[in-house]
Design a protein around this ligand. Structure first.
Ligand code: ATP
Ligand code: MG
Ligand code: MG
Ligand code: MG
Length: 477
């Protein structure tokens, strides 16, 4: 079943059941806590919190999501994209646990002739929050699931929050058993690759306060209403229904792999290391195009930095697969053709998108090979000296002169079994920013005002925000 059909069936099922179809929000929403939209509920947050009256009691959407926290999983696990599409249904004070479980079960196991996905009910496992006897008994009643296929987990796995103050609640996840060739029976399903998580049902009923992490925060009290927020990964359902081995081989992602084979002359499936690179290219090309489509441009801060990192990672991966030609424009075309039917703005806006990615590639290509040589020399010297830490100086030079995002240097060093003096790197970055600020101030006043520089340093310097923003984004769900 093609992704287009999976999307259609999802929306039709929920529309038939009284839900208003709401278009995807942009990947960029004005939420200070979020780098990118990373779940379907984000655009509905004010309704859950009671800050605005919901215009409908039930809604359904297919939301564009980017999760930079998953970037290092890409190509290595079978299930993580940086860009993916989350199908969701939402109830604002209308149906609750019973309705959510019923509606999900109907779609997942409903016959394909009848608009469902036709998954074998005997292969479905679920998790519930440890104390949630109600959800457990609903799974028995509605789906007839035996006790052993209903696993109970604690806060970390089965209590959802955005990672920041806001709506939260216990959740229940649906897993598909891929079979004994993929691991031990019984899981636990959250840990065992044999079981693929396809859908998360959140029983959004409480408000959380300030606290750290995924499982250490106070519950301030109940929300004005009991709500439902669910998220089903379209790429994961496609992966299962298309009988392929991972999300990168599904119908809308795989064409980029084919293009990469054509451009590099290598074959996907021939060598595990190359395969990871093919998958990274396919995944990142799609995220890159979707992000540029929503207005992000490559840069050194926050969102622009993430985009830059994604695009440069593609370019480097393509190099490692043996091509020296520019590739991004061609990959972008393939993404446009795959994603355009669902996101027509990619087609109408393609010229601009292509211009942005190509410019970024050209800038990077100018310095990539010299930078790589500098890097290789530094690695050789470090190893020769019997050290395992690449200097912050080198990382800074690579960043500053050769445009290597720090994550790229970290990744390349990791491949050589080395670490990087990140503290040293950050210090140099802070100094550079302070200098830039001082210079800007000097230009404004017409004389050099070094106090700005000193002040910033005394404050501990300006921080490199990439890390925190990536980290806080990663805590969500
Ligand atoms: P996982 O444990 O596999 O990382 P998750 O628990 O972080 O997934 P949720 O936050 O519950 O995922 O998101 C809801 C659904 O979105 C998941 O059940 C899955 O189907 C899908 N999903 C989440 N992250 C990704 C991703 N990186 N790529 C593709 N689909 C995803
Ligand atoms: Mg999970
Ligand atoms: Mg989940
Ligand atoms: Mg995850």
């Amino acid at each position: 079943m093609q992704t287009h059909e999976i999307r259609k069936r999802f929306l039709e099922h929920f529309e038939r059941n009284g839900h208003t179809v709401v278009p995807s929000a942009s990947l960029i929403l004005d939420d200070p806590n979020l780098l990118f939209v990373n779940a379907g509920m984000v655009q509905f947050k004010p309704y859950f919190l009671g800050e605005a009256p919901p215009p409908y009691k039930r809604a359904t959407s297919i939301q564009k999501c980017v999760r930079t926290g998953d970037i290092d999983n890409v190509g290595h696990t079978t299930r993580h994209n940086t860009f993916f599409q989350m199908a969701g249904n939402f109830s604002f004070g209308d149906y609750f646990k019973e309705g959510a479980i019923e509606l999900a079960w109907q779609l997942v196991t409903g016959s394909q002739d009848d608009g469902g996905y036709g998954f074998d009910p005997d292969r479905i496992w679920v998790t519930v929050y440890q104390d949630d006897d109600e959800a457990a008994s609903l799974w028995k009643k509605i789906a007839g699931l035996p006790e052993e296929r209903i696993q109970r987990r604690g806060m970390e796995d089965n209590f959802w929050s955005m990672g920041v103050p806001g709506p939260c609640g216990p959740c229940s996840e649906i897993y598909y058993d891929r079979g004994p060739e993929y691991g031990r029976e019984g899981g636990p399903v959250v840990d065992e690759d044999r079981y693929l998580e396809i859908w998360n049902l959140v029983f959004m009923q409480d408000e959380r306060g300030e606290g750290s992490g995924k499982d250490d925060f106070p519950i301030l009290g109940p929300l004005p209403a009991k709500n439902i927020d669910t998220g089903m990964g379209m790429e994961r359902v496609a992966y299962l229904l298309q009988g392929v081995d991972n999300v990168y081989e599904t119908d809308l992602v795989r064409p980029v792999i084919a293009k990469a084979e054509e451009l590099t002359g290598r074959k996907y499936g021939a060598n595990p290391e190359d395969d990871v690179r093919f998958r990274i290219i396919a995944d990142h090309a799609r995220s890159g195009v979707m992000l540029v489509g929503d207005g992000v441009t490559p840069g050194n801060e926050a969102r622009g930095y993430v985009l830059r990192r994604l695009l440069r990672r593609i370019v480097r991966s393509a190099r490692l697969l043996g091509t020296t030609e520019p590739v991004l424009g061609q990959f972008a075309e393939v993404v446009r053709d795959a994603m355009g039917p669902a996101y027509p703005e990619l087609v109408t806006d393609f010229e601009r998108i292509e211009r942005v990615v190509t410019a970024e590639e050209n800038t990077f290509l100018q310095t990539l090979s010299t930078g790589t040589k500098i890097f290789d020399t530094a690695v050789a010297e470090t190893k020769q000296a019997g050290r395992s830490l690449l200097s912050g100086d080198k990382a800074f030079q690579l960043h500053d002169t050769y445009g290597f995002p720090i994550d790229l240097t970290l990744e390349m060093a990791g491949e050589q079994g080395l670490q990087v003096d990140e503290e040293g790197f950050r210090k140099l970055m802070a100094e550079q920013r302070a200098r830039a600020k001082a210079d800007a101030a000097a230009r404004k006043t017409g004389h050099g005002d070094r106090t700005v520089y000193r002040e910033l340093l005394e404050l501990g310097g300006t921080e490199f925000t990439g890390y925190q923003e990536l980290a806080s984004e990663a805590t969500v769900r």
